[in-house]
Design a binder for this molecule. Structure first.
Ligand SMILES: [Ca+2]
Length: 211
């Protein structure tokens, strides 16, 4: 055996071990990647409901108020008036479709309750929001807003509000369009602003594009 080969062989051992370790790391990463197919949907996207009236995806989650727990309405943040903490409820006896709707009921003229949901959007894009509403004796404090749907920025500033509703009226559809401007997320808000009376909301839709 040629003694000159020993130094070369000894130098090759750590190199081979290093290359083997690198190969195992790469193979391991590939295995991890294979567990998540490229077309897997996020739970949120997978559970979105289709629009009832178009082929476009309805971006509003729990849009018909059919999913509710004992203490919360799934996907919605409830902010009842400070003086009427039970102003916002899920009404199982009244609905436009399904078994229930969202009800805001206020006895005090200075009460303001809102139900909110943050919705991801594409900047610079037009969207259409539709909603079914029913009203009973909604009396608006002079100069205030009554019942309506409003789209705002996540910092609380408004982008656009739908027509304000008051008085008593059977289930009716309201619609509005808005452009997302520079926003990546907007807040959809269902209001009863500084008013007494009852408003019901159901079947809220927000779809990309103009109807
Ligand atoms: Ca419903």
């Amino acid at each position: 055996m040629n003694a000159a080969k020993y130094p070369t062989a000894l130098w090759l051992v750590p190199l081979v071990l290093f290359l083997a370790t690198m190969f195992q790391c790469i193979a391991s990463d590939q295995d991890k990647n294979r567990l998540v197919p490229a077309d897997v949907k996020t739970p949120e996207a997978a559970t979105r409901e289709p629009s009832a009236e178009s082929l476009r995806e309805n971006l509003v989650m729990n849009s018909g108020f059919e999913k509710s727990g004992q203490d919360e309405l799934e996907y919605w943040a409830l902010m009842p008036a400070k003086s009427e903490l039970s102003a916002i409820t899920v009404d199982g006896a009244e609905s436009h479709s399904g078994n229930s709707s969202l009800r805001i009921s206020q006895a005090n003229a200075d009460s303001f309750s809102v139900c909110k949901q943050n919705i991801p959007v594409e900047p610079g894009t037009d969207y259409t929001v539709t909603c079914w509403m029913k009203g009973e004796n909604i009396v608006i404090t002079e100069g205030c807003e009554g019942a309506h749907v409003l789209i705002g920025k996540t910092d609380g500033h408004g982008i656009k509000g739908a027509a304000i509703q008051q008085g008593s009226f059977p289930w009716k559809k309201t619609a509005m369009t808005f452009n997302s401007g520079s926003e990546n997320t907007v807040t959809l808000q269902l209001y009863l602003h500084l008013s007494t009376g009852d408003v019901w909301y159901d079947d809220i839709e927000m779809v990309k594009g103009l109807e």
